[in-house]
Design a protein around this ligand. Sequence first.
Ligand SMILES: Cc1cc2nc3c(=O)[nH]c(=O)nc-3n(C[C@H](O)[C@H](O)[C@H](O)COP(=O)(O)OP(=O)(O)OC[C@H]3O[C@@H](n4cnc5c(N)ncnc54)[C@H](O)[C@@H]3O)c2cc1C
Ligand SMILES: NC(=O)c1ccc[n+]([C@@H]2O[C@H](COP(=O)([O-])OP(=O)(O)OC[C@H]3O[C@@H](n4cnc5c(N)ncnc54)[C@H](OP(=O)(O)O)[C@@H]3O)[C@@H](O)[C@H]2O)c1
Length: 565
Amino acid sequence: MVQRVAVIGAGISGLTSIKSCLDEGLEPTCFESSHDIGGLWRFKEEPEPGRANIYFSVILNSSKERMAFSDFPPPAELPNNMHHSEVLQYLRLYAQAFNLLQHIYFQTTVTAVSKGPDPAVEGQWVVETEGRDGQRQTHVFDAVMVCTGHFTKPHLPLQDFPGIETFEGRYFHTWEYCNAEGLQRKRVVVIGVGGSGGDIAVDISRVAEKVYLSSRSGAWVVSRVGQGGIPVDMLGNSRMDMMLQKFFPSWSVRTAEKKLNDVFDHRLYGLKPDHSIFAQNAVVSDELPGRIISGRVQVKPNVKEICGSSVIFVDGSIIDKVDVVVFATGYNYSFPFLPPALQSKSGYRLRLYKHVFPPGLTRPTLAVVGFVHGLGSLTPLAEMQARWATRVFKGLTSLPSEKNMMEEIEKDTELMHQRFVLSERNPIQVDYIPYLDSLADLVGVRPNLPWLFLKDPRLALQVFMGPCTAYQYRLTGPGQWAGARQAILTQWERVLQPFRTRRERERERESRQRKPGFYAFVGNLESATPPSQQTIYSTIAPYGANSLEQTKQTVPGKQLVRAIT
Ligand SMILES: Cc1cc2nc3c(=O)[nH]c(=O)nc-3n(C[C@H](O)[C@H](O)[C@H](O)COP(=O)(O)OP(=O)(O)OC[C@H]3O[C@@H](n4cnc5c(N)ncnc54)[C@H](O)[C@@H]3O)c2cc1C
Ligand SMILES: NC(=O)c1ccc[n+]([C@@H]2O[C@H](COP(=O)([O-])OP(=O)(O)OC[C@H]3O[C@@H](n4cnc5c(N)ncnc54)[C@H](OP(=O)(O)O)[C@@H]3O)[C@@H](O)[C@H]2O)c1
């Protein structure tokens, strides 16, 4: 029977895995190679080899409600798209609220995971660790959760850039980038337009003489600021939107692309990709179009070769006197401590059943958590994977036969390749809500919409038409949380709260005009749908309550929420 679980890594995936173990009555022991929690979201002045790294200006692509854990709504006062320091703050609150820290051994690196010592006890694992002072230890666990992230190994494709050895300036990968210090008045070429390339080109363009942004395939660019100023990922991400996309795929693509081209014409700005908007994660940038229109960033095609201090592009254009080349060329994944047998591939992805379990194990006691991409935040995906994995460990849910898992993996890979643009560096893309729902079915926590419409229409409306936030998966079933309903009904309030910084006069006017009965009704309907600028005000008014107070009531460990306010 599984009891002792090793969790490797204390980032988002590791923290939620520790919590899932505790929820299922398992005993987690987490090994974290650094001295702190947070993983990628722990900013480091200097990059640390083998770990993900972020630059100082990084703010979350996902809004706080979309990145929240399912039973831990973020404090209302936090901004919607948090700075990395605030993400870490939120993770600290989560870890403290659920007493996760006491299960973590810091500065302890897992160097190897291999099958258990006693063949009579199937499914056990030997975990080898190296401590701060180099001391090695061997531990035996009943199960292992691999939560080590996958943006750790920079992809530096120098072989694709003939002449790079003649380059007279400096080049580096975005993994090494902290801020634009030292790049004042330089001529900089940034290669690659993913999230990193988009952000860093903007960052550097504030101080550089000029930034040239080279894109091989183009990219769709989405602002965090959606219609009416609402976080873009709180709009168009409901179960209803998912249904529309499923039944009217071409219309959905046309509509979404038109919206983006209404902000700026991607062809005019030289960024139009060949793939459709839903085929790959878009680049999230509020500022890139502004930097392009002001000429601070100039978009260029792929680089053909480099010669001395000149960069030659595939269209024949040449930029001379280049001081710095930044490779924003993404990451390769790597799990150096896992046996090669567990790292076989299907397409570009690891051969994992539902991106979690290797299919060939005699007992399913090793799970990978957080190695998945979808059009939305990783947090709910990793959390659901962890909830499912721990129930499989306990034997409360079983997996299909190895043959069936293999078949499903291959079918899944084929479908993924048909639908999405994948590569070594972007090996996985799942349909966000369907993937969450498929795991939620296995855990027994998928919301039953028809039943909900009969029992609680107000909530059902939110669950169907509102953004698909993770609280939906705490309404029923194992791990049900009494605060989930309230968390859903107050999610728009927590979105609106950080904007309420200069509204005294309007509030006075509203309170004079307010007719409580009518507004309460309108508020209930509107809270399920994205509020327009006018409805923002009418939605706040009827709730009337101080949203922080409500957060405190719904959040476990309320004293901790108070601690940061
Ligand atoms: C620049 C950037 C911005 C991003 N923005 C968003 C966003 O807006 N929204 C979103 O949802 N996702 C975003 N992501 C994706 C991001 O990967 C996830 O948000 C999340 O941080 C991943 O968490 P994780 O726990 O899986 O991995 P990590 O955060 O990488 O944590 C892994 C942990 O494991 C530890 N570790 C590694 N190897 C070992 C070992 N052998 N032994 C012990 N410990 C080990 C590491 O020290 C680390 O603490 C972004 C990614 C990048 C690169
Ligand atoms: N603010 C944020 O929240 C934020 C910020 C940064 C990153 N992120 C996330 O972090 C992850 C990593 O992002 P990333 O931008 O570092 O990597 P990425 O998304 O993989 O983008 C890599 C880019 O490099 C290009 N590229 C790769 N190899 C190339 C080659 N040989 N020649 C020319 N171009 C090449 C790719 O072009 P092709 O498309 O042609 O392959 C792509 O444009 C993503 O999940 C991203 O969403 C988030």
